[in-house]
Structures are given as structure tokens and as C-alpha cells.
Design a protein around this ligand. Sequence first.
Ligand code: AMP
Length: 386
Amino acid sequence: MSGALPPGSTIGIVGGGQLGRMSAMAAARLGYRVLILTDEANSPASHVALTTIVGDYDNPDTLRAFAAGADVITFEFENVSAAGLDLLASLRPVRPGPAVLRISQDRVAEKSFLNAAGAATAPWAEVTDAASLDAAIARIRLPGILKTTRLGYDGKGQALVRTAEQAHAALAELAPKPLILEGFVDFACEISVVVARGADGSASAFDAVENRHRHHILDITLAPARIPPETAEAARALALRVAAALDLVGLLAVEMFVTRDGSVVVNEIAPRPHNSGHWTIDACPASQFELHIRAVAGLPLPAAGRHSDAVMKNLVGPEETALWPAILATEGLIPHLYGKTEARPGRKMGHVTRLFPRGSLPGEFGVRAALGPLSPAEAVEPESGA
Ligand code: AMP
């Protein structure tokens, strides 16, 4: 595909979740149609897309039918098999390309790539058995985190280990193998930067935001992150560098730790819209979803600026979803619901955003007050991870 995708063309999105839903809404505003591929009936993205194919992500016939209906293909979900990605890429432009997805699907490939690109990570080692675990512990030292290398998300597939005994017990439990052992980062806060990059190499990065997790699931994003300007700039520069090194076409979220001495360490990357970028819908002239679609469609990329500061709070599980009527009745909360019928524990059902004039994001107390019915009971402190 060369040049800009004309209005009326169809963008194929792999994945039917809320990231696909919000990407499809941005695509519609730019005059595109959307075809969703999902393995789930009645998915959030299918409610707002022109057409949906429900099928297996790795079934060649399903992938062929999907490619036939799309002018360009992108993702909100990364775990398509290597063979499936190659098949799609042989049929249509796939943005980001299969090489980028392969790196982000596998923690060993991801960390090797990041280190080669000059991005610092926690010290890490691949672990396949008891002997390689002992060698990894000797080099990295404990405490550490043992993680599966594939299919991990929201803290699933990982264990904090403080002793060699705990590490060997976790090695027996965690699957699939191989694993990696990562040194434990005693971080001051967790931040992320979302960057869009076009086929012509132009790129736009949002400001670094601060992310707070509850039970390993993103709870609150503060935009901008309350970190020194030079740290925020280093994080943005790092995200732009990683996107360029990947030769990314599309969107990339870079999750990072800010250590207590102020350095920035990459935790992981995701080549798609990201939960920590949802605040951009309400606080920016062009959201992460618009930038995603623009990059994929070959449109010019505007600056990823914000007109407001923002707090984003996820609505997770039945308890927070039950607050929906109170949220709607609260002046100033901007509500987003994803159309999921069942509010299972830990499931992301929607989010709310609250805007503040640029430069006036409040302190801890103000953030809590601003969330009204969603105000956290305890102080909004970063999770230590310990
Ligand atoms: P991940 O699935 O790698 O994004 O990890 C989920 C969460 O676990 C992160 O957001 C951190 O809060 C925590 N975590 C992951 N890796 C480390 C590490 N090496 N040191 C400290 N905390 C970590």
C-alpha cells in the first residue's frame, strides 16, 4: 500500500475487545469502514464495526476471508501465530508488520531487542530448567520475578520469588516454558508513553503518564506523570527510539519503571493501543486511537499534544460497574462503557476520565475527590510490586 488509504476503504482489525471498539470509532470518524476478526460472539468491537468475522485466529480459511474483506490490516490483540501472521502479510499490508508482533509476543525476543536498541531493562535471564534457574539466580540475585515468556498479561503467568526454594516451586508451577527470571525493580513509579509512527518515519509521542495498578490490573492513569521534566523527556525519547528501531508502522505503548534514582527502565512494549492511553480520547485533539488509524492508513500524523491534564480510572469487575448510575450523575466524569454484558471479577468493563486545565493536575487528595463515587478508599499509592 502506498499513499493514503482513501475514505470508504476498509480497515481490518484483529481482535474484538475494547481497544478494537475504540479504534473502530476513530476509524469511522475518519471515514473508514471496519472489519473485525474475533473469536468471540457479541464482542465490544463488533457493536460499532460494519462487519465482523467470528472465527479462530489461526484458521487459514478464516484469515483468508478476513484479508479478502480488508484493504489494510492492524491489531488490537497480538497473539496471532507466526504462520497466521505470515499468511495475512502475504495477502494484505499488515501494520505493524509480523516482525514487530513476533518481538512483542515473546519476552526473550522483546528484552533482547530492547537491550540491542540501547533501552535499559531489569537484568534478566532465560530459564528452562533447574540448572538454568540456579545460574540465573547466581547472576541476577533475588528477589526477582519469574515470568512466562508468552501469553502473559495483567500479572498473569508470573511470581515474585524471594528465595531459591520459592523460585524452584514457581518453576514447577508456571507454564508454558521457557520462563525468564527478572531482577526485582524497586521502582518509584510506573509510567508509559504511547507513540505513533507512520510508514514515512514520521512519529508523534504523547507525554509520559503515571500508571497505578490494583491486583495487577491498571486502575488509574495520571496524565501527565508527576515526574521531573527531564525524566519525562527521557521516557518520550526512549519510546520514540524504540519505535524507530522496530521500524514500526502503527502505535506502540512502552511501559517503564522510574527507579528511585530517577532512571528509566523498560518493562514491556505493546504494538497497539494501550489502556494507559485511554485518557487521550478526552484530553487530546487526536487520541491514541486516531493516531493508530492515521498511522495504519498512511494519513499525516498530528502532534500528540494534550489540551488538558487528565485522570483516567478503569471500571473493573461487578463492584465498580455497579457504580455506573452514580458515575452518570456526577458532573465532570466522562463515562465510557464497552458494551460487555457480564461484569466478571477483574474484567475491564469501561473507564471514566476527568479533565483538569493543563498544568493543574491536582495532588493525591484532589485526585481522589475528583473521582467522586469511584474515589479509592485508601490513598492512591503506587503498588510497590512487593
Ligand atoms: P508485566 O506483566 O510484566 O507488565 O508485569 C505486571 C506488573 O508487575 C508491572 O506493572 C509491575 O507492577 C510488576 N512488575 C513486573 N516486572 C517487575 C520487576 N522486574 N520488578 C518489579 N515489579 C515488576
